[in-house]
Design a protein around this ligand. Structure first.
Ligand SMILES: NC(=O)NC(NC(N)=O)C(=O)[O-]
Ligand SMILES: [Zn+2]
Ligand SMILES: [Zn+2]
Length: 454
């Protein structure tokens, strides 16, 4: 047999265009792309007639809170949700677990927890916190995909939990990472302003989700982005600005890039799919930071996406138990969306089906660019020699998202009740089917730990 699997008759979304092609897969790699392949040449033939054939999403922004807060999300449930949602690789944030991933010992704890439990491939990040300057080089040598820090306030204060850095700690950390060459992912919001504006709102009894949004105005995000970029320029550290919510922040990053800073722009599906005007109806499950902004902001974010001024779209799946989203006071609720299962279908619907955006452009943001930025060279693209991480999406199969469709440990989402105009019917990881719409998750967890740069 020439191939293990052939995927026939699909509309294959390549880096620069969508082409009717057959795909030949052997030993987990894409080995052939051709107009027509003879089905007799493969052990398994998958008919993708009428469907798009997409590269699996490379989700650069995922929180799995195992161990320590495993009741929020575990590797098994989280990676099932990703497989069902068309994500085949994730880069994992170093926080929400106890302990946070800030030294070699805590990295080992994460690797031990993940082993044998992941249905998709994974690459952990290390954290930069106020006390771990000496741990950055060992973590870099251990092969973490990147580092992450917060300049906004974060952490519970519990022993072992994550914590934000101040400007001095950021500067020192960036000096080290400039030497090692690692990428630093940064959550940018002005800590003093957002903390104290939030305190004022609470004191005034303004506790709806829209009040929470108003307590974190655009300029508090932009100020932090600009400050961080200034320190990046000073130190030469490569930076990736996480979850940009507004065009002003995107513009600030592009000005820094023009000025020679090695920086990249991330945003998330919820900034394109939701807006402040609907948040009080959805409630605290749509609370996140930076917050979801108004409809006019959202339209300008779509303009930035069309112009490819957004480089990467990551889910920022930051799940929790339902009780943490139950408080009527939005300030008390957990900040973060359960979202990783619907990055591909909801964005494909909104971008390609509703707005006529080129599917290749969308998949560059969801797959190709994150693979490149996080040095996952075998991922992120349908091309000869790449891993056969492939998603079949049916654009004629709308559905309404229900809680029972979700694979999260806690089955809720801000998108419940949303009509999504297309559906993922199959996901392959390195050539093997890991999800089928008609039968659910397929096979035992076969996800592998990725070593960036290899
Ligand atoms: N601790 C978190 O998971 N935080 C996350 N939460 C959001 N975005 O609301 C994040 O990435 O900042
Ligand atoms: Zn963040
Ligand atoms: Zn996050």
């Amino acid at each position: 047999m020439m191939f293990d699997t052939i995927i026939r008759n699909g509309a294959v979304v390549l880096r620069d265009g969508t082409v009717p092609l057959d795909l030949g897969i052997r030993d987990g790699k894409i080995t052939c792309l051709a107009g027509r392949l003879d089905p007799a040449q493969a052990a398994e033939v998958i008919d993708a007639d009428g469907q798009y054939v997409l590269p699996g999403m490379v989700d650069a922004h995922m929180h799995i809170s195992e161990p320590g807060r495993t009741e929020w999300e575990g590797y098994l449930s989280g990676t099932r949700a990703m497989a069902a949602g068309g994500t085949t690789t994730f880069v994992e944030m170093p926080l929400n677990t106890i302990p946070a991933t800030t030294d070699l010992a805590s990295l080992q704890i994460k690797l031990d927890a993940a082993r044998g439990q992941c249905h998709v491939d994974y690459a952990p990040m290390g954290g930069l916190v106020p006390w771990n300057l000496a741990d950055l080089e060992p973590l870099s040598a251990a092969g973490v995909a990147a580092f992450k820090c917060f300049v906004a306030t974060c952490g519970s204060g519990k022993p072992g939990d994550f914590m934000n850095v101040d400007d001095y700690e950021l500067y020192r950390g960036m000096q080290v990472l400039a030497r090692t060459g690692d990428l630093l992912v940064i959550h940018c919001e002005n800590a003093a302003l957002t903390d104290k504006l939030g305190r004022d709102a609470r004191a005034a009894g303004k506790t709806r989700v829209s009040d929470y949004v108003a307590s974190r105005p655009v300029f508090t995000e932009v100020e932090a982005v600009q400050r961080v970029l200034l320190i990046a320029r000073e130190t030469g550290c490569r930076v990736h600005i996480a979850h940009n919510s507004c065009p002003e922040a995107v513009d600030a990053i592009h000005r820094a890039i023009a000025d020679g800073v090695d920086a990249s722009v991330e945003s998330c599906p919820h900034y394109f799919l939701l807006c402040t005007e609907e948040l009080d109806a959805i409630g605290p499950r749509a609370k996140c930071s930076p917050p979801i902004r108004d409809r006019a902001n959202q339209e300008r974010m779509w303009d930035a996406l069309r112009a490819e001024r957004i480089h990467i779209i990551g889910s920022d799946h930051s799940p929790c138990t339902p009780d943490l989203k139950a408080s009527p006071n939005a300030f008390d609720a957990w900040g973060g969306l359960s979202a990783c299962q619907n990055s591909v279908d909801a964005m494909f619907d909104a971008a390609v089906l509703q707005r006529g955006i080129d599917p290749s452009l969308l998949m560059r943001l969801l797959a190709t660019r994150p693979a490149e930025r996080f040095r996952l060279g075998q991922k992120g693209e349908i091309a000869i020699g790449k891993d056969a991480d492939v998603v079949l999406l049916d654009p004629t199969r709308p559905y309404t998202l229900r809680a029972e469709d979700l694979y999260y440990k806690n089955r809720f989402s801000a998108y419940e009740g949303r009509r999504i105009g297309c559906r993922i019917t199959r996901t392959l990881l390195r050539g093997r089917t890991v999800f089928r719409l008609d039968s659910g998750i397929v096979g035992e967890p076969a996800g592998q730990l990725l070593r960036p740069g290899e």
